[in-house]
Structures are given as C-alpha cells and as structure tokens.
Design a protein around this ligand. Structure first.
Ligand SMILES: Nc1ncnc2c1ncn2[C@@H]1O[C@H](COP(=O)(O)OP(=O)(O)OP(=O)(O)O)[C@@H](O)[C@H]1O
Length: 574
C-alpha cells in the first residue's frame, strides 16, 4: 500500500484535472443511461399511440443525450490523455534525474535490459494510473449512486437490490478475478524483463554467440521466455472473458430482481408500465462502468510492481552527492593523494591501500602495474564514480569532495580504454563534451586529433556503438572530445590498449601533443615510451611498490624492471 500512496503522491499535482475527468466520465456514462432511458420512454409511450406532441420531450431528450454522450466522451478523453501525457513526461524526467547520480556505482547491479524495461515498460504502465486505476472506480461509484437514488424514489427494496448487484459487480467480481489471476501481471512483467535482457544480450553479443556456437541456445532461451509470456497472457485473456461474462450475468440477474421487486408496484400505481421499461434499460446501462473494474485491480497490481521497481532506483543512495555550497574549481591544480584506500562493496580485499603521491601542475606521471593492481580504481576515485573509504584526493589544496562532481568531471578530461560512441552523428558525439561548440571548433578538434578527413562528415552517422568507425578512429573521437573540453587535467586510462601497434604509436603521438602544458596521469600496464614521464608510480595489489624515473626504475631490480623485460622480450620473440 505504501507504494500505492507514493504513486498517488506523484500524480497529486493533477488532482483537479483528474476530478474533472472523472466528473465528465460520469456525465458520459450518465448520458448513455439517459439516452437508453429516453429511448425506452419514447418506444413504450409510442406503443400506447398518444398524440405526437406528448413524445416531443422524449425526442428532445434522445437528441440531447445522444449528442451530449459524444461531446462528453471527447472532452473526457482529451482531459485524461492530457493527464496521462503529463504524468508520463513527469515520470520519465523523474527517472532520468534519479538515475544520473547513481551511475556507475549503484547501477552495476542492474542489467541494462532490466533498466531499459524500467524506463520503458514500467513507466508506460504507470502512465495509466489515472485512466485505468483511479478513474474507472470513481465513475462506477457515481453512476451507481445515481441509480440507487433513482430506484429509491420508487422502491427501497429495488434500491437495496441494485446496491447488492452493483456491489457484487464492483467488488465481488474484481476480487474473484484478482484471486484467479494472482501473480499473472507480475509474471508477465517479469517475462518481459527477461525478454529485454535476452534481446539486448543478443544484439550486443551476437558475434560472441556465433563464435562459440551459442546462438541456437540463446534463441531457444528467448523462445522459451516468449512462450512463457504467451501462456500467461492466454490465461489472462481467459480470466478477462470470465469477468465480462460474470458482469453480464449479474446485470441480467439485477434486471430480473428489479422486475420482481417493481412489477407488484404496477398494481398499486407506484410504477407505471412506461417507467418500468425506462428503469429496466437504465439498470442494464448502469453496469457498463463496472466492466473495467476487474482490470483496475490487475492494473493496480502491475502499477504497484512497476512503482516498486522504480522506487528501488529512486531510493538508492547515490555514491556521490554535490555539496550544498561547492567550492569553485581552483586555478592552481596541483594534486595531492594522501593515504588513499578503497575497498569495493562486497569485497574483502583492498583495491587500493594507503596510496600517497603528488602531481604538480603540468607534470606528466604514469601509473603502471599488473592487471588487477588497482590502476583503474584510481581513475574512478578521481572522477568520483566511487568515494574513497579512507584518505583523500585534493586538488589545489581542497578535498575533491568539496567540488561539484559535475564541475570536477569537466575539469578532468578522461580518455579510457573503451570510448562509447552514441548511435548518433559525429557532431552529436563531439558536442557531448562541449554543447556550445561551433562547427569550426569541432573541425579544429578533429584535425588536432588526427581526423581531418572527418571534418566534412560532421553529419555522418557513427553506427550502433560507433561500429562504422575503426578502433583508432573511435579513440581519436575521444581525443577530439577531450580537446573540446579544455580541461587542465587529463587522465589517460589504457587509452591505447585496444589499438594495433601502428595506430597505437600514432594515437600516442597525438595524445602527447595535446597533453603538453596540462597535468597528465597516464594509467597503463604496457610500458612504452616511459622515458617521457616525470615520474612513474608502480602499483601492485593496491600499493605503490616503487616510484621514480624510467632509468631509475630500470636500475633497480623490482617489479617495474621485471614487467619491462617481460614485455620487451615477449615483443622481440613475438
Ligand atoms: N566494480 C567492482 N566491484 C568489485 N571489485 C572490483 C570492481 N572493479 C574492480 N574490482 C577489483 O578491484 C581490483 C582492482 O581493479 P582495477 O580495475 O582497478 O585494476 P587494474 O589495475 O585497472 O586492472 P586492469 O589493468 O586489468 O584494468 C581488482 O581485484 C578487481 O577485481
């Protein structure tokens, strides 16, 4: 129930619009009932062959209710769709706002297909919270109250009978169908989530699946998820048919009961034949708003689940929050890392263990070490994707937690091993780093990054994940982004690791050119052109085990020299 009230709180700003839509929904159904009643009145009265003039009121009624029903239905749809789109927009923005600070630390537990389902299907299901969950019961209640009142004028017994039948149709049938379909909506939703995850894995990993002969097994898993979903949907359709039949049965039962209660009143003159005909059709029409009620409970169940899944994201505490009054980023940007330790949640070994080092403005340092030594963890802490458990990183003498994380990320340009390119144009992939950049700026950055042949292709599509570009070109786009960012500090985290020897050399040259005058931290496990660095820190199992210039480290007999010899012997023999 808590989730339901939180969802209601979300749509609270539209309360008056929803009340208006419910009222107009009631007017629509009321007009339908009025139309049937006045039609019945004309037919019954005409059978007695009265003078034409006595039918005029009925004819005017038919015209009025006939027109009113259409007009009210249109206005009601207009308002409820307007509410729905407003809710949808609000939910999407709210979800994106909530998800942004969670990346990447809090999102790594979610599969991307699952996140996709939350943003598409769950939100889509919540957009109907008014039209399918809140609106129908309100309309049904108003119509039922009108009928109780109408019948009460003739007979208390008839009013009580219709109250019983309405209660059965409005409460009994929905509860019964809910009981029968318990878990179905949740099951269908889970199957859909499973399908999304499998589909996304198929699109992204089709190469690997083919390579290892796992494509048939993956397709079979997708097929099984689909047939599982279909089975549940079939069951759902049968239950839906059942509730419609039950409501129809109750409507006919109500009709017989009301006739049974009112026919004796004809002899006493309380009800005449014409009124009885009118009442009969009104009773039938009054069941129309009860038809969607069983689905209301099902939608409520689905919305509760969708709400829980979305609140799970919303309630997750972001790893990094901006301070209330962030410090401006200092002009002097020497870096001081002091006793920095970090352990990933759920891990019992320290990824970083009491690191201490400084980087002066304009200095170029390299952090090297074997795989798993903790090199990339340093990048994550610098970018504040994670927060350190102990120790600190300071820039210009201020702990980086005092800066706005967004500003910090603007001031530290990062080129990592894998550059993500959006399935957009070259221009859009570049302006990500500088939304206000002119075409001239983009062309200059592309030329400096060694992509002068791309300057005429700003509007060219990069393909899914930048598939239309080579690995080297993708890294050069990342370099162009860094150039556009104009950040004083650069971190290159295995920026050339995925490139072939020739491209690696070319990209490294470009990187050297653009990093001149900037503070540079290069993270790598490949010891190439190490003479250029002012200092090299050697990391092993989260600790700095050696540091110095290339030649000093080569003079020693430590890990650095062993790594260097291993790599260069391997290269010579390879
Ligand atoms: N998200 C994570 N959750 C738990 N442990 C992690 C996570 N990311 C990294 N680790 C662990 O932390 C340690 C340091 O990882 P890190 O990625 O910083 O090493 P690295 O030196 O950059 O390695 P490589 O050169 O292979 O990229 C490793 O033992 C790794 O398994």
């Amino acid at each position: 129930m808590k989730t339901f009230f939180r969802l209601i709180a979300l749509v609270k700003p539209y309360f008056w619009w929803m009340a208006l839509a419910a009222l107009i929904g009631f007017a629509t159904t009321g007009s339908g009932i009025g139309l049937l009643m006045t039609s019945a009145y004309i037919i019954a009265k005409a059978a007695l062959q009265p003078p034409m003039v006595t039918l005029q009121l009925g004819i005017a009624g038919v015209r009025f209710f006939g027109l009113a029903r259409g007009v009210f239905r249109y206005i009601e749809r207009l308002i409820s769709h307007n509410i729905t789109f407003k809710i949808l927009a609000k939910l999407r923005l709210w979800f994106y706002d909530a998800i942004e600070p969670l990346a990447p630390a809090r999102l790594m537990h979610f599969k991307s297909g699952d996140l996709l389902q939350r943003v598409v299907d769950d939100i889509q299901s919540l957009e109907n919270i008014y039209t399918r969950v809140l609106g129908p019961p309100l309309t049904a209640l108003l119509v039922a109250a009108l009928m109780w009142f109408l019948l009460g004028v003739y007979s208390l017994q008839a009013a009580l009978l219709i109250l019983c039948f309405h209660s059965l149709a409005g409460i009994g049938v929905p509860l019964l169908t809910r009981q029968l379909s318990r878990g179905l909506s949740v099951g269908i939703m889970n199957r859909k989530a499973e399908q999304q995850v499998l589909a996304l894995d198929l699109f992204q990993g089709i190469g690997e699946l083919q390579l290892y002969g796992q494509l048939p097994a993956h397709l079979a898993a997708m097929q099984s998820a689909e047939s599982g979903k279909l089975q549940l949907q079939r069951k759902n359709a049968i239950i839906e048919g059942l509730h419609e039949s039950l409501t129809g049965l109750l409507m006919n039962g109500a009709l017989i009961a009301i006739l049974w209660a009112l026919i004796p009143s004809i002899s006493t003159g309380v009800v005449n034949g014409i009124s009885l005909t009118v009442i009969t059709l009104a009773v039938m029409a009054s069941f129309e708003p009860f038809l969607p009620l069983p689905s209301t409970l099902k939608h409520l169940e689905a919305d509760q689940l969708a709400g829980e899944r979305l609140f799970e994201i919303l309630d997750a505490k972001p790893e990094t929050v901006a301070p209330l009054t962030p410090l401006p980023f200092p002009a002097e940007h020497s870096i001081q890392v002091e006793q920095l330790s970090f352990t990933y949640p759920g891990s019992d070994t320290k990824a970083l263990d009491r690191l201490t080092f400084t980087v002066l403005p304009g200095e170029h340092i390299a952090i090297v070490g074997p795989s798993g030594a903790g090199k990339s963890t340093i990048t994550s802490l610098f970018m504040r994707f994670w927060n350190s458990s102990e120790g600190s990183i300071s820039i210009g003498g201020h702990n980086i937690t005092l800066f706005d994380p967004e500003e910090l990320r603007r001031q530290i340009a990062l080129v990592s091993q894998r550059t993500y390119l959006f399935a957009e144009t070259i221009r859009e992939n570049l302006t990500l780093a500088a939304p206000d950049a002119t075409d001239d700026d983009l062309k200059k950055a592309l030329t400096a990054a060694g992509l002068s042949h791309f300057t005429a292709k700003l509007d060219e599509w990069c393909g899914q994940h930048g598939m239309k570009l080579s690995g080297g070109e993708r890294q050069r786009i990342a370099i162009a982004r860094v150039l556009l960012q104009h950040a004083p500090i650069m971190i290159l985290d295995e920026a050339t690791a995925n490139l072939d020897g020739v491209t690696e050399r070319e990209v490294t040259q470009t990187l050297n050119a653009i990093s001149s005058g900037k503070t540079l931290i290069t993270i790598t496990h490949r010891l190439k052109a190490m003479e250029q660095y002012d200092r090299i820190l050697v990391l092993e199992k989260g600790k700095i085990v050696e540091q110095g210039l290339h030649r000093e480290l080569m003079d020693g007999n430590g890990l650095y020299r062993r790594m260097w010899e291993l790599q260069h012997v391997a290269e010579m023999t390879g």
